[in-house]
Design a protein around this ligand. Structure first.
Ligand SMILES: Nc1ncnc2c1ncn2[C@@H]1O[C@H](COP(=O)(O)OP(=O)(O)OP(=O)(O)O)[C@@H](O)[C@H]1O
Ligand SMILES: [Mg+2]
Length: 260
């Protein structure tokens, strides 16, 4: 189905989710309303336990028990789909398969031109030459690149990123954030990124959705009006970060790392 111009690829309305844990009810999400345009990069930020992963799992079709509406291209999300790929913090490669076989394994049986697809995606994530390596021979950053290549190989329309760089060292993280921005610009995939990291949310997002503590509600949505390529040391970048920092912690003195 071709999308009409300006129609929303993802539409969430009045979405609520309650978990039953023994006798207890845990209200994870409450009345979430969010419309995402095709090709957007939306960052979702919020405290631990505020329901970010729950929201992403619902969009991914991994959790079907919710109240309200969750639509993909205008249709209710009822199951996982290759059109909505996931990248998680824990990388989940199969240790007994090589890099290329990990990617092939995620593709449908008898995918035409499979070698070509794998080769192109490994090139995008700068991993040419590592086709025959096993996961244990890779660094954390390289393993996450394989996970990104694997997700891209399925040609998703939407990529759901759940703290994808959270376990990486600071330098690898910055490098992969830059690569993610390049991939987003080239591949035109709609990205939804969940993160704890204000810097990452602002660096990557066109919009930053700030969630409240549990039960997660949308506190505010910030438009990020920064020109690309973005500079982390620019005045504008740091002003946007400071605004979001204050959203979380009130109008307190901003620590040096977040200040201009
Ligand atoms: N399967 C489950 N059964 C019961 N409760 C759950 C389940 N999954 C999540 N929860 C609860 O729902 C709430 C939201 O969890 P969720 O994992 O979405 O938070 P999060 O924002 O992703 O947190 P974090 O930043 O730590 O990853 C938490 O209180 C959690 O304990
Ligand atoms: Mg989470």
């Amino acid at each position: 189905m071709e999308l009409k111009r300006n129609s929303h690829i993802i539409e969430i309305s009045h979405l609520s989710k309650t978990f039953q844990s023994g006798k207890n009810k845990i209200e994870a999400l409450c009345d979430i309303n969010l419309k995402i345009n095709k090709g957007e990069f939306v960052s979702i930020i919020g405290a631990s336990g505020c329901g970010k992963s729950t929201l992403l799992r619902i969009i991914g079709g991994l959790d079907k028990e919710y109240k309200g509406k969750a639509l993909f291209e205008g249709k209710p999300i009822v199951a996982p789909s290759r059109q909505r790929g996931f990248i998680f913090q824990d990388i989940r490669l199969l240790p007994w398969l090589t890099v290329e076989d990990n990617i092939k394994f995620s593709l449908p049986y008898k995918t035409p031109d499979i070698d070509d697809i794998v080769s192109k995606k490994l090139e995008i994530v700068n991993l040419k030459g590592f086709e025959k390596a096993y996961p244990k021979q890779l660094s954390g950053g390289m393993a996450q690149r394989v996970a990104i290549a694997r997700a891209l190989a399925n040609q998703p329309k939407v990529l759901l990123l759940d703290e994808p760089f959270g376990a990486l060292d600071a330098i690898t993280k910055i490098k992969l954030q830059e690569e993610m921005l390049r991939i987003w610009e080239n591949e035109k995939i709609t990205m939804i990124l969940v993160t704890h990291d204000i810097d990452e949310a602002v660096y990557l997002g066109n919009r930053v959705v700030v969630m409240t503590n549990r039960p997660g509600r949308i506190q505010k949505i910030h438009d990020i009006t920064l020109a690309n390529p973005r500079s982390r040391i620019s005045y504008e970048f740091n002003i946007q970060k400071e605004t979001i920092y204050k959203e979380f912690f009130g109008d307190v003195e901003v620590p040096f790392a977040y200040a201009i």
